[in-house]
Design a protein around this ligand. Structure first.
Ligand SMILES: *Cc1c(COP(=O)(O)O)cnc(C)c1O
Length: 392
């Protein structure tokens, strides 16, 4: 059984444990984040910078603590608000706003020195005007849509947009980027190579129109592991930094030396024996076929533990798997602990992570729940405190 003393990683010295709180928490292993970052560095080699993507609160792992632990050249966020939050916690490196900015946020970008992605004339105009007022030249990165069909200047319009960008005297195109749709799928290699070729043509058009972006970046986690030719001089990994890779990288990728970062744990809050024929939980979806020892865990779907795992998932108690029985509810989950020797109220239940010889990954949960690991870790809600895994 695991003995933990958890330290809230946001305030490691002020609060020493979960005393006075519900015993449900996520452990964030920042040493693992640092090791994963080193693995990325080794993979891309010298001469290629790393933009650590910490959008969506670092995929649920905590953007502030993760960013502070990473010696990345750049950080990537989705929203300018997320970039401003990084500034607030002392991050001074360049920050790219991957989705651009919203109306009324041009000044925020300038004030916080956030570099926005630009792909629409209107946004470029707004930022140019704000930069003129502020008496500065603002850097932007232009995104080329080479086949994702989500964000970006369509590649056939790249030359026209390159010309348009020349009109703005207070903007400098300092980066050119694209995003791959299926780099995780070896069966889509032709599509990925076509995206790369379209990007290179767009890049030539920007050069032709006199732009000299210092940064060229295309590669998310899957791309940087599978397509060295698409590294550019800056890569944009997210998932692999958080040790998520089984449903992120091409299956052919050699098992990379990546370490899971998030563990999710709770403690048994109630134990009861139920008789054969009794049902468990909402909808009576589980019927005991033998005398069953049932443990209640104070965690539910509001915490981000997917309801789709009802009667399907499992947790680890005292180093043994305990299946989920009945429906997961908003705040509570039931597990079958029959046969787990010595089980008692207060025992740790591991929902993601390792206990003894057994492990459950976020990828395992995702597969059972019909989603991807990113949605699992992003979904662990604010109600679950993030702790340091240090045990002593
Ligand atoms: C989220 C994101 C990434 C990171 O993707 P991973 O699969 O997590 O490595 C890279 N680039 C862009 C544009 C993104 O939106």
């Amino acid at each position: 059984m695991i003995e933990h003393s958890q330290i809230p990683i946001e305030s490691a010295s002020s609060e020493s444990d979960l005393a006075g709180r519900r015993p449900t928490w996520a452990e964030i292993d920042l040493d693992a984040v640092a090791a994963n970052f080193r693995a990325v560095r080794e993979r891309v080699g010298a001469g290629v910078g790393v933009m650590a993507v910490v959008k969506a609160d670092a995929y649920g792992h905590g953007a502030a603590v993760c960013a502070r632990r990473l010696s990345a050249e750049w950080f990537g966020v989705a929203l300018p608000e997320e970039g401003a939050e990084l500034r607030r916690v002392g991050i001074t490196e360049p920050v790219l706003c991957l989705e651009g900015f919203w109306e009324g946020q041009a000044e925020l970008c300038l004030r916080e020195r956030l570099t926005p992605v630009v792909y629409r004339r209107e946004a470029a105009e707004a930022l140019d005007a704000a930069a003129q007022t502020a008496g500065v030249v603002a850097d932007v990165h232009v995104k080329i849509d080479t086949g994702m069909n989500r964000l970006g200047v369509r590649d056939e319009d790249a030359a026209e947009f390159a010309a348009v960008m020349r009109e703005f005297k207070h903007l400098r195109v300092d980066g050119l980027m694209t995003h791959f749709a299926a780099a995780d799928d070896a069966g889509q290699t032709c599509f990925t190579e076509e995206q790369l070729a379209r990007f290179q043509a767009a890049q030539a058009a920007f050069h032709f129109h006199g732009h000299q972006p210092r940064f060229t970046h295309l590669a998310n986690s899957a791309t940087l592991f599978a397509y060295p030719a698409a590294h550019g001089n800056l890569v944009r990994p997210g998932g692999v930094l958080y040790g998520l890779w089984r449903d992120v990288l091409q299956p052919s990728s050699q098992t990379p030396s990546l370490h899971p970062v998030m563990s999710l744990r709770s403690r048994i809050s109630h134990l009861k024996s139920v008789r054969t024929g009794e049902t468990l939980g909402y909808g009576c979806t589980f019927t005991a076929t033998r005398p069953t020892l049932v443990a209640t865990l104070p965690i539910g779907y509001h915490d981000g533990y997917p309801r789709a795992l009802s009667n399907r998932g499992r947790v680890i108690v005292r180093g043994q798997f305990a299946p989920i029985v009945g429906r997961i509810s908003m705040d509570l989950t039931l597990v079958d602990v029959t046969g787990i020797h010595g089980v008692e109220v207060g025992d740790v239940a591991t929902l993601i992570g390792t206990d003894g010889d057994q492990s459950i990954s976020a990828e395992d949960l995702a597969q059972l729940a019909g989603t991807i690991s990113y949605e699992i870790t992003c979904g662990i809600s604010r109600r679950v405190p993030r702790m340091s895994p240090k045990s002593f």
